[in-house]
Design a protein around this ligand. Structure first.
Ligand code: GLY
Ligand code: MN
Ligand code: MN
Length: 441
């Protein structure tokens, strides 16, 4: 881990400590493996709040933060510590099978966390007698309850005793407080989201030169995944959606197994992850390189909503009012095209909201609400959100003329809110009709 990353995670622990106060203890668990089938697991992914505070990507770990100090016994001595990371014990046999472990002795040097121990010893502080010394106990409760394997064993007694602890020590989930911190990105985080976006942009541009009728959706998916890795990405930010024709009307379509037809549109909603930070991009392309009149008509309406909403993504603006603007533009567009008579019915065709925060999670786990009176609705510098209007016409929508049916259009960009206005991080992929058609010639 480089100095910049060390100091980012350290600053997050410092800020978090300040927010929870001296009379609090926080235990934030890392993730454990998730079983895929029989004795095989899914690729390991760290819990994001734990990652935010540590940058540590091994399973079966837990971070303890005690701003006022907690007494722990190590090597026979009792010490008061303010931060302590519990990690997997070194184990030659398991490391041969599953990969190297950092080991508690290397934690301070590698992660900058002052104290460390093996995870089994976490049991020693998960006791009523220890915990009653604190007025508040912060846990990632929802995530803790999903832990598997060795961590499940380590915490099982503690979970059984929670009903005894709870009346004496207020138990609070860390998600809100960490989510609030996570809603404003630091420069370090912004740079990672920019990197994830740049990797994705490069990959989309590769796709534009190979896309043609007769290919299969999965060929595009595989090529994107290849290019993400090739350009330096670590993973896909989410399962790629490569949806041609009517498949684009399934919002989280994941089969990606249909042949691309000459006169249809292809909606690609996919992006790379870079060092745990996500991008999230959608573009809609004509498979044969040229939009039909009807496709262009719908595309231009969505593009207008995308561009106008991006312009409005500024400090002080309510995100709910950006959503309202999108619905107004989409409704007006369909009304003028003669496709709807009642503008209030727009949600039947626009299906989803205008966007969401993005960061460590694609749909970032930060407090947000489209309730007008909630402060989480107000945009602030350092927030990063998607703007992703869409219009969808299934084959079943017989009230819509046949030429418009069986298509979905969405255009999604990642936007950083700055004092100087919106900054689009995904602008390197064409979206104007003439530019798309030129790129596909
Ligand atoms: N890729 C999921 C979304 O756009 O929200
Ligand atoms: Mn999105
Ligand atoms: Mn998306």
């Amino acid at each position: 881990m480089n100095k910049e990353q060390l100091s980012f995670h350290k600053s997050r622990r410092k800020e978090f400590s300040k927010l929870i106060g001296n009379d609090a203890l926080a235990i934030v668990f890392g993730n454990t493996h998730r079983n895929k089938s029989y004795d095989g697991d899914y690729k390991f992914k760290q819990y994001k709040n734990f990652y935010y505070l540590t940058g540590f990507t091994e399973p079966n770990s837990a971070l303890v933060i005690a701003p006022g100090g907690i007494k722990v016994t190590r090597s026979g001595k009792k010490n008061s510590v303010k931060e302590l990371l519990y990690v997997q014990q070194n184990d030659e046999r398991l490391e041969t099978w599953n990969g190297k472990r950092m080991g508690y002795k290397n934690v301070k040097k590698s992660l900058g966390i002052e104290n460390a121990d093996i995870n089994e010893n976490l049991c020693k502080i998960l006791h009523y007698n220890e915990l009653k010394n604190f007025r508040k106990l912060y846990l990632n409760i929802a995530e803790m309850l999903k832990l598997t394997e060795e961590m499940k064993k380590i915490i099982s007694e503690f979970i059984d005793s929670l009903n005894r602890i709870a009346p004496h020590t207020e138990i609070i989930d860390v998600s809100y407080i960490l989510g609030t911190m996570r809603s404003i990105k630091t420069e370090f985080e912004i740079n990672r989201i920019i990197a994830a976006s740049e990797i994705s942009i490069g990959s989309y541009n590769e796709i534009l030169s190979i896309l043609q009728p007769g290919m299969n959706e999965f060929e595009i998916q595989s090529a994107l995944e290849y290019y993400y890795r090739y350009h330096g990405g670590d993973d896909t930010a989410y399962h790629p959606i490569v949806a041609s024709g009517e498949n684009a009307c399934i919002l989280h379509y994941e089969k990606n197994d249909k042949r691309l037809k000459e006169n249809e549109l292809l909606l690609i909603d996919s992006a790379s992850e870079y060092n745990y930070y996500c991008s999230d991009i959608t573009r809609t392309f004509p498979i044969n390189g040229k939009f039909s009149n009807e496709q262009k008509q719908i595309y231009e309406i969505v593009l207008k909503a995308n561009k106008e909403c991006i312009k409005k993504t500024k400090p002080g603006v309510k995100f709910s009012s950006v959503a309202e603007l999108s619905n107004r533009i989409l409704a007006e567009g369909l009304f003028k095209a003669g496709l709807i008579k009642d503008k209030t019915k727009i949600r039947k065709y626009s299906l989803h909201g205008i966007g969401h925060h993005i960061g460590l999670d694609t749909h970032d786990a930060v407090p947000s609400s489209l309730t007008k009176n909630s402060d989480t609705d107000t945009l602030k510098p350092g927030m990063i959100l998607t703007i992703e209007p869409g219009l969808y016409f299934t084959d079943k929508m017989k009230e819509i003329p046949a030429k418009y049916r069986g298509m979905g259009v969405r255009i999604e960009d990642v936007v950083l809110v700055t004092k100087a206005g919106p900054k689009v991080l995904t602008g390197g992929i064409v979206k104007e009709v003439k530019d798309v058609e030129r790129m596909m010639e």
